[in-house]
Design a protein around this ligand. Structure first.
Ligand code: ATP
Length: 260
């Protein structure tokens, strides 16, 4: 299996400095759309400074689980705790204030607003001073040069890759403690996919935890410390990402590789 050696080395470095305190605990969480169960007693954890991948096929329930963590979908069973407090019923606004930020599948930028204004939206709930906002924007524009180059352009006129950088930048404007990325590589060319995962590692180096749902299993396991595999609403496998990246059943199911 082809792995990304630079990403692997950087991930190993992050692992050495990582703490083992769990900041997110999802326990036996169940969600449904009407009578259809989309997430079935799922349990997972994310530690401080850790990158956790949630992998699975289309419709496995990944997005539904992520949305429930940020208060967008209500569960009918189980619990979620963040930073030691029960947040099972919290609102998306409370999640943002606590630093649990979802960068949604499909980016969801405001196409008729400029790149800069889309970024600023990420900071609206933080009550930052003008100077703090300017400093934050500068930080994001340094991380994503294209965001700086295109700051006055309407977001809807950017390419898919550029839009993904703006979506990541907007999420970072919210000063996440836990950044949740839903399919960040969807629809991107291979070089941009690699860039997105490099950025994930840069984010991890700041101490932020990352939970990443991906159908691009190979890339996700290339940056994650641990991973959970979801099938038909259930977590069916979990463990060390390096170990899972050589799991024959996983390779065959999601990567189309029959032999390692
Ligand atoms: P994808 O990567 O394709 O988004 P996923 O693993 O994120 O897949 P979900 O989007 O969570 O999966 O969907 C889980 C199940 O719930 C699927 O069967 C899907 O059709 C269904 N579902 C998702 N959203 C809704 C909705 N708003 N109303 C009804 N059913 C839904």
């Amino acid at each position: 299996m082809c792995r990304m050696p630079i990403l692997d080395a950087r991930r190993a470095q992050i692992k050495r400095v990582g703490k083992i305190e769990m900041i997110l605990n999802v326990t036996n969480l169940s969600l449904a759309y009407g009578s259809r169960i989309a997430v079935d007693q799922a349990s997972m954890t994310v530690a401080a400074s850790e990158c956790v991948a949630l992998v699975g096929a289309n419709g496995a329930g990944k997005s539904t689980l992520l949305k429930s963590i940020v208060g967008i979908q209500n569960s009918f069973g189980g619990s979620i705790s963040f930073d030691g407090r029960d947040v099972t019923k919290w609102t998306p606004e409370a999640a943002v204030r606590a630093g649990v930020i979802l960068c949604p599948e499909g980016r969801h930028l405001f196409p008729e607003m400029s790149v800069r204004d889309n970024l600023l939206l990420g900071a609206t709930k933080l009550n930052l001073s003008n100077a703090q906002t300017r400093a934050k924007i500068k930080e994001i524009e340094e991380l994503f040069p294209v965001v700086n180059e295109r700051k006055n352009q309407l977001a809807g006129t950017l390419s898919g890759g550029e839009q993904q950088m703006v979506a990541l930048g907007r999420a970072l404007m919210s000063q996440p403690k836990l950044l949740i990325l839903d399919e960040p590589s969807l629809g991107l060319a291979p070089l941009l996919v690699e860039r997105v995962f490099e950025i994930v590692l840069t984010i991890l180096e700041t101490g932020c935890s990352v939970l990443i749902a991906e159908q691009n299993v190979q890339s996700a396991l290339g940056v994650a410390h641990r991973a959970y595999v979801m099938e038909a609403g259930k977590i069916v496998k979990s463990g060390d990402a390096s170990r899972l990246s050589t799991d024959p059943a996983l390779l065959s199911a999601f990567i189309g590789v029959d032999e390692i």
